[in-house]
Design a protein around this ligand. Structure first.
Ligand code: NAD
Ligand code: UDP
Length: 313
């Protein structure tokens, strides 16, 4: 049994991680400012003595005790991280310094949830960890991708200079139950539009690609990375099955049986054209690879959205 701190624990990925850690018998302390997280995501643990919830913004220091820190606090959807770019930078820089400083004091192991966005609009395909990326430092996505790049730098500095035990995972597009209806990311947008019979909004011509990983696979990967002694990453975690955004829209229409039509909207500035993880390092070092087929994961997500639509209107 470990005492585990999960920052961003009330969010999409964080709440699934809390579920798994509690199921595995650990004590979990969830830290969240509820910017994009929701109490309902972790409400089923309230009252369990193995679970604690603290409303806290990671840009402020905090004194806690624990053995492991999963640092996920940061909005992940472009819509949310661009709403207040300076706040996103503060979360990534000051938030990461605070959590690394905490780990230094209490000698806890630290995992950074970094992102495929550190590769920017990649010139190398698929993306392996040795690729340095093609990132616009002053574009609309830079608060997030440059924020995560400096967060990675901080992790390496605290490891090399302060002896903090750390690891970095670079998460590629992940989807599943509990994504917010208004999250703004592509899977949740397409599912909600299909279920409501609204037009499916494809940005650009839909030829850009992404590779989608189901949440349960991703959580397995996070835990494998944290548990692997002596391995510090960075390591890609994602599903290498690549598809165009247009074919994702068609698949969502097929699986929901929707009559929604595809409509085309302006492609956002700096939207990466292609993205697919090279996961050879994760396979070799962590013995990890995703197992959930896209159709199966999408059906589970669609069922969850339908259920919540009924409950929440
Ligand atoms: P999310 O927006 O659902 O969760 C983020 C959580 O962090 C929310 O609960 C939010 O309230 C909390 N948070 C944000 N700023 C905070 C702050 N200053 N202090 C305390 N809490 C704060 O997003 P997610 O998809 O669950 O992503 C979780 C992490 O994984 C993020 O760090 C994100 O960058 C990373 N990631 C996610 C994806 C993906 O596809 N979902 C891909 C790459 C990286
Ligand atoms: N996208 C889209 N329609 C939407 C939302 C997103 O076509 O309603 C596109 C977006 O332009 C991008 C891809 O889907 O090319 C993935 O977008 P998302 O915001 O999910 O993630 P990211 O761009 O960070 O990979």
């Amino acid at each position: 049994m470990a005492r585990v701190i999960v920052t961003g624990g009330a969010g999409f990925i964080g709440s699934h991680l809390c579920d798994r850690l509690i199921a595995d018998g650990h004590d979990v302390l969830c830290l969240d400012n509820f910017y994009t997280g929701r109490k309902v995501n972790i409400a089923h643990h309230l009252g369990n003595s193995a679970f604690e919830l603290v409303r806290h913004d990671v840009i402020e220091p905090i004194l806690l005790e624990g053995d492991l820190v999963y640092h996920l606090a940061c909005p992940a959807s472009p819509v949310h991280y661009q709403f207040n770019p300076v706040k996103t930078i503060k979360t990534n820089v000051m938030g990461t310094i605070n959590m690394l400083g905490l780990c230094k004091r209490i000698k806890a192991k630290f995992l950074l949830a970094s992102t495929s966005e550190v590769y920017g609009d990649p010139l190398e395909h698929p993306q392996s960890e040795s690729y340095w990326g093609n990132v616009n430092p002053i574009g609309p996505r830079s608060c997030y991708d440059e924020g995560k790049r400096v967060a990675e730098t901080l992790v390496e500095s605290y490891r090399n200079e302060n002896g903090v035990d750390t690891t970095i995972v670079r998460i590629f597009n992940t989807y599943g139950p509990r994504m917010l209806f208004d999250d703004g990311r592509v899977v949740s947008n397409f599912i909600i539009q299909a279920l409501k019979g609204q037009d499916i909004t494809i940005y650009g011509d839909g030829s850009q690609t992404r590779s989608f990983c189901y949440i349960d696979d991703l959580v397995d990967g996070l835990i494998s990375a944290m548990d692997k002694e002596g391995f510090h990453g960075p390591v890609n975690l994602g599903n290498p099955t690549e598809m165009t955004i247009k074919s994702l829209a068609e698949l969502v229409i097929e699986l929901t049986g929707s009559r929604s039509k595809l409509v085309y909207r302006k492609l956002p500035e700096d939207d990466p054209a292609r993205r697919r993880p090279d996961i050879n390092l994760a396979k070799k070092e962590l013995g990890w690879q995703p197992g959930v087929e896209l159709k199966d994961g999408l059906m589970k997500t669609i069922n969850d959205f339908e259920e919540r639509l009924k409950q929440e209107g």
